[in-house]
Design a protein around this ligand. Structure first.
Ligand SMILES: O=C(O)CCC(=O)/C=C/C=C(\O)C(=O)O
Ligand SMILES: [Fe+2]
Length: 314
């Protein structure tokens, strides 16, 4: 058995509204390097820690965490759609391990995932059907959220089960870093949006197109400095990346939910997926960061990071 990690940001705007060519080139080089790392590791299973953006998980039933034994991707923002090759027995084993350790995960035999889960698979594997996966949903948008440390305990539990498999397991974290995209919030939503956040599954193609256009427009306005979306926070991002690289992940337990929003934007909670992936990697002992890319990219509405890591070699 062996574990490896790749954590990277996702953004719906990638390829739609591009930053300067040199920025795109640097991101592409970082993704190409991460892909090379993944190909060399040759995972037999990929655990994807990912948020959802009101496509699979809505307020009619919103868990903090959910492990999928079967899953389908909605194919939003140009990402791959359709059934994922989920390893159901591994998903059930991870669920049992989490419950055994007191992490009350939900479990789904019919999970729906969106670009948060699929974009990294598309970028690293060229699609969703290359390697068996276990999708692990972490609620990062639908307040109220639990304490950030719960994601660390989830990752530790899943990692403790993953190391017992006689397989090469890639731990994939998707999201962040600092960013404040126009994801609706129930507390402030007008009635028709609130209804969508509660029970708005399977939008029509026109409804989905309108939602996506709204995000693209917000990205253009954000890059032009004409929105009230919160600024990216490179200092906060680099501090977070340093905590992940340190291996001393428990220190982030003291980061309050309010501080995430105040300092790094509402969707900075997506870094819970990075935290869970690093915590899972730590189940195999101390680890080392192999590569770390970071750049604040306003055109993509995100502090954009790509990290690869592996167990520390003696
Ligand atoms: O319901 C909606 O309008 C959701 C909007 C949306 O999907 C935004 C996604 C943004 C990210 O995934 C991101 O920047 O992390
Ligand atoms: Fe997101």
């Amino acid at each position: 058995m062996s574990l490896a990690l790749c954590a990277l940001s996702h953004t719906p705007v990638m390829g739609v509204h591009q930053p300067a060519d040199d920025v795109v080139d640097r991101v592409q080089a970082a993704i190409d390097d991460a892909r090379k790392f993944v190909v060399e590791f040759d995972p037999e299973l990929v655990v994807v820690f990912a948020p959802d953006h009101y496509n699979g998980f809505l307020y009619d039933l919103m868990p903090s965490f959910c492990i999928g034994a079967a899953a389908t991707a909605v194919g939003d923002y140009g990402t791959s759609g359709g059934p994922l090759p989920v390893d159901g027995s591994a998903a059930r084993a991870f669920t049992a391990a989490a419950l055994e350790r007191g992490v009350d995960v939900a479990f789904s035999e019919r999970m729906t995932v969106d670009h948060g889960c699929v974009q990294p698979l598309d970028l690293l594997f060229g699609g969703i059907d290359a390697v068996p996966v276990v999708p692990v949903f972490i609620n990062c948008v639908a307040e109220p959220l639990g304490p950030v440390g719960r994601a660390r305990l989830l990752g530790e539990a899943i990692g403790s089960a993953a190391v017992t498999l006689d397989r090469r397991v890639l731990l994939l974290g998707s999201g962040g870093l600092s960013h404040d995209p126009p994801v609706p919030r129930l507390a402030e939503a007008p009635p028709e949006v609130a209804e969508r956040l509660i029970a708005g599954r399977n939008p029509t193609p026109e409804q989905r197109a309108a939602r996506q256009a709204r995000v693209f427009d917000a990205a253009l306005a954000y890059a032009a400095g004409t929105t009230d979306l919160m600024p990216l926070n490179p200092e906060w991002d680099r501090r977070f990346l340093a905590v992940m690289a340190s291996g001393d992940l428990a220190q982030i337990d003291s980061w309050s939910n309010e501080s995430f929003v105040e300092q790094a934007g509402h969707s900075s909670h997506e870094v819970r997926t990075w935290l869970a992936a690093h915590a899972a990697l730590s189940a195999q002992g101390s680890y080392e960061v192999r590569s770390s890319f970071y750049e604040a990219i306003p055109e993509w509405l995100a502090g954009f990071g790509v990290t690869t890591a592996q167990p520390r070699r003696s």
